[in-house]
Design a protein around this ligand. Structure first.
Ligand code: MG
Length: 340
């Protein structure tokens, strides 16, 4: 039966569960993502894990635009969930993917995104083992929303938590901050320097595995996504009931991001990152950890930006190059929705 794949647009029928759905699943989803657990299309995927402690997380992705320099919503959806598992020290195993598609989305765009999800999953060494597709009428969604959930296994002796930071710990950031946020915002505003920045979206599990192998006693990790570095540091300070003191001139920011932020009146400390992490580790392990991080492609620009103190619990203080201290607050409200 000739079905409407040749029309090249997503139709409501692609979400019907009938013939068109089956064709979409085979020609787009299974073609790119097919694997031993997904391809049988059972109602749920069954798998075993040798580890007793599992990590489980979920996130929805609504970024606008769905394609941007450095990535797309598909790569973001895989990396975001891989990274949330990694921040607890888990080794990511399997992901689910739920797609909410607006009627009229070009099937070629969907296919590009699904292929990009496959590439990101491959890079991270995870498989997408179950999924769901819904199609909603025009204007009931904006092109494409994706939800991914993920399961990971936590190795013995690993205990990473945002409530574990200890006074004296070093605060390390894995690279430049603000790249993802400024890229999305400048795309949306159609600014001319848009090609100078690109999103940092990347899976961090490889970097984290090397960090944990070198320093199993890492205290805390978090990926500074929405709300940026400033918000993440505040969350850690509050959860761990410690103070955090950072040095402004030690925070890595690329020249392009700095220029873009000046033009747009933005602060890179509050901009989303999608391929960076903050890690807190005992002072004596700092140099070793830093060396391991800088040897990894996603940690080249890793830097110590400050330390944990027992003073001012719950607060983050930044010292500028003139020695003047100011409190860094949590992001007050999200002025820029749909950044991720
Ligand atoms: Mg996170």
């Amino acid at each position: 039966m000739a079905v409407a794949m040749d029309e090249k647009l997503i139709l409501l029928g692609h979400g019907s569960g009938g013939l068109l759905s089956h064709e979409l699943i085979e020609k787009v989803f299974l073609r790119h993502l097919g694997n031993a657990l997904l391809t049988p299309l059972e109602d749920s995927a069954l798998f075993e894990s040798a580890e007793r402690l599992l990590a489980f997380t979920t996130d929805s992705y609504v970024v606008k635009p769905i394609f941007f320099p450095g990535g797309d919503i598909g790569r973001l959806a895989v990396c975001g969930t891989v990274n949330d598992l990694s921040m607890r020290g888990a080794r990511p195993l399997h992901l689910s993917a739920g797609f909410i598609i607006e009627e009229g989305l070009p099937i070629d765009d969907l296919e590009t995104i699904v292929a990009s999800m496959h590439a990101a999953a491959d890079e991270a060494g995870v498989t997408i083992v179950c999924g769901d597709t819904k199609v909603v009428e025009k204007h009931a969604a904006d092109k494409l929303f994706i939800n991914t959930s993920g399961v990971g296994a936590v190795p013995k002796n690993v205990s990473v938590s945002v409530s574990n930071a200890q006074p004296g710990d070093s605060v390390i950031v894995s690279g430049t901050v603000g790249d993802h946020g400024v890229t999305i915002l400048s795309q949306r505003q159609g600014l001319q320097f848009k090609s100078l920045t690109k999103s940092d979206v990347a899976p961090l599990n490889g970097l984290v595995q090397e960090m944990l192998a070198a320093c199993p006693g890492i205290h805390a990790m978090r990926d500074p996504t929405r709300g940026g570095l400033a918000t993440t540091l505040n969350e850690i300070a509050k959860s761990s009931k410690v103070g955090i003191e950072i040095e402004e001139d030690r925070i890595p920011v690329s020249d392009a991001v700095e220029r873009a932020c000046e033009m747009l009146g933005l602060d890179p400390l509050y901009l989303a990152n999608e391929g960076k992490l903050v890690v807190l580790v005992a002072k004596e392990q700092t140099e070793h950890l830093l060396e391991v991080m800088r040897n990894h492609v996603y940690g080249r620009a890793a830097a110590v930006i400050g330390q944990v103190t027992s003073e001012r619990p719950g607060r983050v203080v930044m010292r500028n190059p003139f020695g003047i201290r100011r409190t860094i607050e949590i992001l007050a409200s999200d002025q820029f929705p749909r950044i991720c």
